[in-house]
Design a protein around this ligand. Structure first.
Ligand SMILES: Cc1cc2nc3c(=O)[nH]c(=O)nc-3n(C[C@H](O)[C@H](O)[C@H](O)COP(=O)(O)OP(=O)(O)OC[C@H]3O[C@@H](n4cnc5c(N)ncnc54)[C@H](O)[C@@H]3O)c2cc1C
Length: 493
């Protein structure tokens, strides 16, 4: 008889784990708090508009390919390669920088700002590539049974990278580039990790290799939610059951194992094996009542920033705006130092704008555009009151209108807003932190909450706050590592 697995959470981590386990013959049920699958990888479909709600592009498509091969299926969605990757605009400058993957084309834009940009950029990328090659298999795509095993793995990394461990992303960028524009653009990727270039370790410059040379960025034809729809279809074909509107709030144990989970209506869910896709730190504290993850302890951990996201439908087309765009101010260093903790940065916010309808006409009514804004903000530990959200959004729309030379505010026909409070409530994200636990050096690898439970032998974790970390490809890698754990347990039990 096949073993029964319950997965708590239908985020990308939960869905990928479900697919791998169902393909291996397990009987899988996915319990999800919300009325649909996807978690942060979600969509809003209202008033004729479709918006990606969270992730809007991603790298490392080969991890998705590996998932499909592992499960013996064709990829049920279509990747769309981005080139330019995105645009960057600095406040007060008329110019938009286009982040082309072709280094010569990229270099033409920096001819005035950074002499010899092309050679410097190639040298920068070469080192990023060696960092990637020397760490990704040893330290990122690995299960560690103990701290000792982790340290042993780190010792296999080429010692030439040691000095980098002592530097910030910003300082490493400064080793290669003098111009502030280039340093800012190159280090922007640290924000994608929910931190800033000043508090992100230089080891993460390996992401520049992934971004520009190894794989690039992609989104999905028809919008990012097609990933979820495709995976859910495949899961259903493999007989996986979904129970929506089911939030796990308690548990029962027997003989050192979890025996059942209790939902908000008091219903018990039994299984042989449990995989938790709810945040690995939050769930241990809130549901399993572990002291190490009590609320005061969670507050002491380092959490990524929050996001103010808003979804705007307008009754006009914006041919002058690309699909993915960053609008930065002109105080990058001060802003970066403050953005995680100081609500004062919201007086002149930095933000990202995604125009999903640019390449997916069906995502807005004819003659309309679907705009998705993401503004990095302090999470709820540093800003609890969001009664000023409309004021902040109006100021962003005003700034955006000035920069693109067209009044957008008066053309708004649809508007929806998620502050960190909504992000927290919808997906149980601690303090509304957008990406979960930070990737600081004390919270990665074996130092991150483990993907196996400390007490219950039949319980495992997958997703952003366990290994390897945040982002869509990491959720897919996480599912691979978790399934390794489940198979190990299953063999001997
Ligand atoms: C605004 C924003 C923009 C982002 N942009 C990008 C991007 O461009 N590219 C990229 O790669 N990544 C991006 N990310 C990060 C990415 O979304 C996440 O890393 C990834 O989706 C996390 O997947 P997950 O499976 O770990 O968790 P989640 O997506 O959070 O899934 C967990 C699921 O568990 C459910 N759940 C929680 N608690 C319970 C419970 N007690 N009972 C039942 N169900 C429960 C939740 O409702 C949720 O559905 C972004 C994130 C945000 C917030």
């Amino acid at each position: 008889m096949s073993k029964k697995v319950i997965i708590v959470g239908a985020g990308l981590g939960g869905l990928s784990t479900g697919l791998r386990l169902a393909s291996r013959g397990f009987e899988v049920t996915i319990l999800e708090k919300n009325s649909n699958a996807g978690g942060r990888l979600n969509q809003i479909k209202e008033g004729g508009f479709t918006f990606d709600t969270g992730p809007s592009f991603f790298s490392m498509t080969y991890e998705f390919d590996e998932l499909m091969q592992d499960c013996g299926i064709q990829t049920p969605f279509e990747f769309v390669e981005l080139d330019p990757l995105y645009t960057v605009n600095f406040r007060g400058e008329n110019q938009n920088y286009y982040l082309y993957k072709n280094v010569q084309k990229l270099a033409e834009q920096f001819a005035d700002k950074e002499p010899d940009f092309e050679n410097k950029f190639r040298a920068y990328l070469k080192y990023c590539e060696s960092l990637y090659n020397d760490t990704v298999d040893v330290a990122i795509k690995q299960n560690f049974d103990s701290l000792f095993a982790y340290v042993k793995a780190l010792m296999q990394v080429n010692p030439k990278h040691l000095p980098v461990l002592l530097k910030s992303f910003w300082n490493q960028a400064g080793k290669y580039f003098k111009s502030k524009e280039v340093r800012q653009i190159v280090s922007l990727i640290a924000f994608f990790l929910g931190r800033t270039p000043f508090d992100t370790n230089a080891i993460y410059t390996l992401l520049s290799h992934i971004e520009f040379t190894h794989n690039g960025y992609y989104n999905v034809k028809g919008g990012m939610y097609k990933i979820v729809e495709g995976l859910v279809d495949e899961l259903k074909k493999k007989g996986v059951t979904f129970l929506y509107n089911t939030e796990i709030v308690g548990f029962e144990e027997q003989g050192g194992e979890l025996s059942s989970l209790l939902d908000q209506n008091g219903r018990k869910h039994h299984a042989d094996i449990f995989v938790i896709n709810s945040d690995a730190a939050y769930f241990r504290g809130k549901v399993l009542k572990r002291k190490k993850f009590s609320e005061p302890k969670l507050k002491k951990m380092s959490w990524t920033m929050g996001y103010l996201t808003f979804y705007i439908g307008i009754n006009a087309k914006l041919p002058q705006v690309e699909h993915h765009n960053y609008f930065l101010g002109n105080n990058y260093e001060d802003y970066s130092r403050d953005v995680m903790k100081n609500p004062g940065t919201l007086e002149k916010p930095y933000y990202y704008v995604n125009v999903l309808s640019k390449h997916n006409q069906e995502c807005a009514p004819e003659g309309h555009e679907a705009l998705f804004f993401v503004c990095p903000v302090p999470n709820l530990l540093y800003k609890k009151d969001w009664s000023d959200k409309d004021e902040i959004i109006d100021s962003i729309l005003k700034d955006f209108s000035e920069r693109i030379g067209e009044d957008v505010s008066s053309k708004v026909v649809f508007r929806k807003v998620y502050t960190p409070k909504e992000w927290e409530q919808q997906f149980n994200l601690f303090a509304g932190s957008g990406l979960g636990l930070s990737h600081d050096m004390l919270q990665i690898g074996a130092l991150r909450p483990k993907n196996f439970d400390e007490e219950f032998k039949n319980t495992f974790y997958v997703g952003a706050s366990t290994i390897p970390g945040a982002g869509l490809p990491m959720a897919v890698i996480s599912s691979k590592l978790t399934v390794e754990r489940v198979m190990g347990y299953s063999k001997v039990n």
